[in-house]
Design a protein around this ligand. Structure first.
Ligand code: ADP
Ligand code: F6P
Length: 481
């Protein structure tokens, strides 16, 4: 007999904080918003390395109604599991960057070992009727490891990033092992229907599986539910952040920077702040965005002297070459652009790597006339939803969204869609957004607002849990990872 309100145990590499401290990353933001409402346990990595690694003591801290339990990794585990396998093999592969993906058997082994050890360490914390919900590409093998360790309860999994096309995924030496391991879960959630279809196609073409209906796929004797559950934000909460005093201070600071600017003809200018907020990651299309802004200044010179592009880009995974190179390239490109266009009283492009609280970020979004969310590939992109939630209903800004962002499915009702690889397209979209009449801005924003306030983090969490609770549950002896 199922418990009427079973305990939720979420597992992810990064854990918390639940507070408004501002850690960049959609998983932590989305899961915090969802867990705060529901309560439960959140298990994962402490963010620290120690000699004992995962053999060391687990630390437990209660924040609001969530029990956060974390363990350390050893330095070797951090390198092999997080940097090498998760972020040098899986991340580029799943974001269609085979040119950046590196595969080696040492990191493959460490990745499996860490999945095993985390599962073993989690076991004593689990109760019979728990709902275990594992998150993201760090823990593909966690479900099968938990089954092998004897866990018989319901097991769900959610992938926060894209699941690439089968012909790309099959380049990964362990692609079959990973998908077979995923079949240990009862429900496998994806951000979009495209991701789900890619996964199901892989099951069929590579593993001889069969699609039973819209949501179910069978491989051998395992039947699992594979379904899109687009992640959202706490939209009401975010809208409140946007009118907080802290947000107001940030908004005012930015408004005063742009308010009195004159355009190149010396005319008084409308507010012309363009913002981008992204972890500094090659999947985010930052360089392409800078080129688009440069093209805007070339092709629509009336923006010279008045438009300011603020890119907030907190550093991420800086130890990896691809990320360090991206930073150099962005700094070089920003320097070149400013050198070419800046005047004594106007710096067109400003990039900063600092972190902000969520309230401060909400103020930054609210000050912007335009937000650029132009990833080359992205699972969802919560920034797009935060921007919408933070807007002033009387004078909303315009969202420019990449056709390759997961958020497009829900926000195409009101955004301007661009191909981030097409510099002219991006520049033209910026010009259109900067000059869009108030009525059109309102109409578009209202449509997007509806989507963001409907598809919240809480709803994401609840619909996944509902599916997990009702899913047919037949724990199978799994083949080892
Ligand atoms: P990803 O998960 O790939 O980083 P998302 O857009 O889904 O992309 O999520 C990024 C999250 O990180 C958003 O909630 C955003 O507000 C937050 N964030 C981005 N930059 C900063 C920053 N400088 N300080 C604090 N939070 C940030
Ligand atoms: O949402 C995608 C995601 O990769 C999360 O899994 C991750 O926590 C976040 O972005 C930030 O990356 P990292 O944990 O490597 O700092």
């Amino acid at each position: 007999m199922a418990d009427s309100n079973p305990r939720l145990v979420a597992v992810s590499n990064r854990v918390g904080p639940l507070s408004d401290e501002g850690q960049a990353g959609g998983l932590v933001v989305g899961l915090s918003d969802a867990l705060k409402r529901r309560g439960g346990v959140w298990f994962g990595w402490s963010g620290e390395t120690s000699k004992e690694g995962t053999q060391g003591e687990a630390k437990t801290e209660v924040q609001e109604n969530v029990e956060m339990t974390t363990i350390d990794m050893s330095q070797e585990e951090l390198q092999g599991f997080y940097y090498d396998y998760a972020n040098r093999s899986l991340w580029p592969l799943l974001h269609y960057r085979l040119d950046l993906a590196e595969f080696d058997r040492v990191s493959d082994k460490v990745y499996r070992q860490v999945n095993h050890r985390f599962a073993v360490r989690l076991m004593p914390h689990l109760k019979e009727n728990d709902l275990v919900w594992v998150h993201d590409y760090h823990f593909f093998y966690m479900g099968s490891e938990l089954r092998q360790a004897g866990y018989k309860g319901r097991l769900g999994y959610f992938l926060h990033i894209p699941f690439c096309a089968p012909e790309v995924f099959s380049a990964l030496p362990a692609s079959h092992d990973i998908v077979r391991a995923l079949l240990a879960y009862d429900v496998i959630g994806f951000q979009t229907d495209t991701d789900r279809c890619n996964f199901v196609s892989f099951c069929i073409s590579e593993l001889g599986g069969e699609k039973l209906d819209e949501d179910r796929v069978r491989v051998g004797d395992r039947t699992v539910i594979a379904k899109p559950f687009p992640i959202g934000i706490d939209a009401e909460g975010y809208a409140r952040f946007a009118v907080s005093p802290e947000a107001g201070e940030h908004e005012e600071m930015l408004l005063s920077m742009t308010r009195d600017r004159r355009n190149s003809d010396g005319e008084g200018a409308e507010r012309k702040l363009i913002v981008g907020v992204d972890r500094m990651d090659y999947s985010k299309g930052l360089l392409e965005r800078f080129y688009g802004f440069e093209r805007l200044l070339e092709d629509y010179p009336e923006n010279c002297g008045s438009a300011i592009f603020l890119q907030v880009a907190p550093l991420s995974r800086s130890e990896l070459d691809a990320y360090a190179e991206l930073r150099d390239e962005l700094e070089r490109t920003a320097g070149h652009l400013n050198g070419r266009f800046a005047t004594l009283d106007w710096t067109p492009l400003q990039m900063m790597t600092r972190g902000f609280t969520r309230k401060a970020l909400a103020g930054i979004y609210r000050a912007a006339r335009v937000c650029l969310v132009t990833p080359l590939r992205d699972g969802m992109n919560l920034v797009a939803k935060e921007f919408v939630a933070a807007q002033d209903p009387e004078d909303p800004g315009v969202l420019i969204l990449s056709r390759f962002a997961g958020a497009l499915d829900e926000l195409k009702c009101g955004c301007i869609v661009v191909n981030p690889y097409n510099t002219d397209d991006v520049a033209a979209a910026m010009q259109r957004a900067l000059t869009m009449p108030l009525e059109e801005r309102k109409r578009r924003w209202e449509a997007m607002r509806e989507a963001v306030f409907t598809g919240t983090a809480q709803r994401w969490c609840q619909s996944f849990i509902d599916m997990l609770e009702t899913s047919h549950h037949e724990p199978a002896a799994q083949t080892s990872s």
